[in-house]
Design a protein around this ligand. Structure first.
Ligand code: G3P
Length: 218
């Protein structure tokens, strides 16, 4: 499973890059607003830091013409830019047009397997089901992801699934169990993935025993 960072904060991007685990970046207007910088400056900074992995930037127009125009502009910012398009009828039309121009899209705000199917049929490179926001309305967001994985396997869609709106490590674990292509994960959750209390306890014991036994490697 590929690990994308769901963030526009350059410090977080650099930190995950240093871990050697960064496969791509996803942003949205909310995440860009958190940088406190003008959006274009923040986006350029991200693309400079990550020039060779997919970076999703989202349109803000909601009509077909507007989305296509914005997507073309965003695509000029880098070969690795992927255009996030909301899953509406106008959005899906835009995905179809953009994919015929060779512009890669990531259909976002997906909350059902039918929406994911429409995105795949329109030629989206990626589809982003939101897990946490479905959980927020008292349903199980993972069930939506599971349906999408099954459906894409049945039909052999090439569109890749990016599990988004991930709130905790168990979302990541369940995505990996399902064979989801990509999880886009907030920085805090990526760091939590390293943690296990038994690792801490075990390491403490090994270090104490190494000291007792006089083990010193170098
Ligand atoms: O990238 C979009 C998505 O991950 C948003 O997550 O936590 O705002 O629902 P959240």
């Amino acid at each position: 499973m590929e690990i994308f960072l769901d963030s526009a904060l350059i410090e977080e991007i650099r930190a995950v890059k240093k871990l050697g685990l960064l496969d791509g970046i996803t942003t949205n207007p909310t995440l860009l607003s958190k940088t406190g910088k003008p959006w274009k400056e923040a986006a350029k900074e991200i693309l400079k830091e990550v020039p060779d992995k997919p970076v999703s930037l989202e349109v803000v127009a909601t009509d077909f013409e507007g989305m296509v125009k914005e997507a073309r502009e965003l695509a000029k910012m880098g070969d690795n830019v992927v255009i996030k398009i909301p899953c509406t009828d106008e959005g899906i039309k835009a995905v179809k047009a953009l994919s015929s121009e060779g512009i890669r899209t990531n259909v976002t705000l997906v909350f059902s397997s039918l929406q994911a199917m429409l995105a795949a049929k329109a030629g989206a490179a990626y589809v982003s089901p939101f897990i946490g926001r479905v959980d927020d309305i008292a349903y199980d967001g993972m069930l939506v992801v599971e349906e999408i994985v099954q459906m894409f396997n049945i039909y052999g869609f090439e569109t890749r699934i990016i599990a988004a709106s991930i709130r905790h490590v168990d979302h990541v674990r369940r995505c990996a169990q399902l064979g989801v292509d990509i999880a886009t994960i907030p920085y805090k959750v990526i760091m939590q993935m390293f943690k296990h209390p038994l690792t801490d306890v075990g390491l403490k014991r090994f270090l104490e025993d190494a000291k007792k036994a006089g083990i010193s490697i170098l």
